[in-house]
Design a binder for this molecule. Structure first.
Ligand SMILES: Cc1cc2nc3c(=O)[nH]c(=O)nc-3n(C[C@H](O)[C@H](O)[C@H](O)COP(=O)(O)O)c2cc1C
Length: 139
């Protein structure tokens, strides 16, 4: 069975809700998902999983959250090429540029990024469905 880590940071719960929808998609496709706060995840956990969905909202100025999420991303980024990776997160007032920048950064590091899903604030039904599809595609 495909084991998927859904690793996220969320300040006000929107990206956390997306993480739960991603996990639902994994389960519906027959996989097993662990939903993990980024502070509980490190490079030593990578080999426990077949695929990964990373979630982080737009913070700073179109940036990743810098206190908890980005340090873990910095640590694992060199070890992600060759693994199945998807990205998701919530934003509010801009147009999702942080996700474009995140994907570009990941691809420049040699990571093949599959799906990306962004949701304005709390994920609506369309975004929730996209999160489920993202999860299913990782199985
Ligand atoms: C400090 C801070 C910085 C933010 N920076 C951005 C930004 O650059 N672009 C944007 O579209 N939204 C920005 N937002 C809005 C959040 O991305 C948005 O509220 C999101 O839904 C939060 O997700 P969460 O509930 O998972 O924490 C920012 C919010 C905070 C608190």
């Amino acid at each position: 069975m495909s084991k998927v880590a859904v690793v996220y940071w969320s300040g006000t719960g929107n990206t956390e809700a997306m993480a739960e929808f991603v996990a639902e998609g994994v389960s519906e496709a027959g996989g097993e998902a662990d939903v993990i706060q980024v502070s509980d995840f490190s490079a030593s956990n990578l080999d426990d999983y077949d695929a990964f969905a990373f979630g982080c909202p737009a913070m700073g100025s179109e940036e990743l959250e810098s206190d908890e999420f980005e340090p873990v991303w910095d640590e694992i980024e060199p070890e992600l090429p060759g693994r199945k990776v998807a990205l998701f997160g919530s934003y509010d007032w801009a147009d999702g540029e942080w996700m474009d920048l995140w994907r570009e950064r990941a691809e420049a590091a040699g990571i093949t990024v599959g799906d990306t899903v962004i949701a304005k604030d709390y994920p609506d039904e369309v975004a929730a469905g996209a999160c489920r599809s993202l999860g299913a595609a990782l199985v």
